[in-house]
Design a protein around this ligand. Sequence first.
Ligand code: TRP
Length: 377
Amino acid sequence: MPDGGLWPVIRKAYMSVCVYLGGVQKSRLLSRRGKGFFILKGEAIMEGEKKKVILSGIQPTGVFTLGNYIGAVKNWAAMQEEFRCAYMLADLHAITVRQEPKVLREQILTCYALLLACGLDPEKSVIFIQSQVPAHAELGWMLACYTQFGELSRMTQFKDKSQQHADNINAGLFTYPSLMAADILLYQADLVPIGEDQRQHLELTRDVASRFNGIYGNVFKIPEGYIAKTGARVKSLADPTKKMSKSDENPNAYVSILDKPETIIKKFKRAVTDSETEVCFREGKDGINNLMSIYSAVTGRTLDEITAEFAGRGYGDFKAAVGEAVAEYLRPVQEKFARLMADKGYLESCYRQGAEQAQRISSRTLEKVKKKIGFVQ
Ligand code: TRP
């Protein structure tokens, strides 16, 4: 028996058990966090660090336009440093409009490569194809049961699209917002970068999430919209009161990010402007305002600088300059795209990895929802 009796021995044994358990606790915690949301390869796990979660999506229904790039995807790329991001190709959404299988398949691959070419980095973010993660369709169905017919009937996009596709007003077109809610809520996203046209869908997402939480407790994070400071809303070159859209019937209305430099320059030369001659940003000059915003986005110059640059030079010169600047701006994206398309194996490894990560993250929310609803697990 050591001096001082049994106590010091007990205390020492107790302390070493504590240190051991502390270690176990810590390593459990780390491995739990390691498997957790968006802790990706090579990322340091820092105590106390809590980046906000971003989720956004884009439909693979055609090559992205300059508008998709400047207005959305370029910002998504910039956000990868500051946030934990998940970006998705919304192919389940795309089939609310009839798609040709061969074309759809090609477009999904092309668009995936384009996301990477535009700067999304699979080592930093989760970049995936929606249909490869079954949790979206599952939660989409469940949330449709918590979305009211009246709410869906009020969606302006549903009204517009049912006019455009009067021969195919399907149930998916109607319940589309419930699926979009599932996309967002599965990842417990804090912020959702969206364009103006998706604002109503995000509002509905928030309503459905609050309703669900009201019934079952805190299951979903209520997401906020995120409108980037930069990245103008690019308008159609043929009708500058409308958004530039990849589904426009008139190919001169949009610039695809894969258009050849000559095509880009030609499209800008044909862009609709007005009957004046002065390059300046003013109400009523929608066409010129649009070209100025584009020129500003691709060159980094301010509107005042642009006005000064083209003072007394007329629209012809200005349009040519915008076309050339855009062609130059898209060149590195096009080069990267060509490299990616030449390496299908790499592309495939990226979307498989993305799907696995997305599956792991989303299954947690899905399991919780199923349990709350009362399904047998
Ligand atoms: N509905 C969006 C669009 O057409 C695409 C989309 C689907 C989306 N799911 C999303 C965007 C989730 C943001 C978050 O543009």
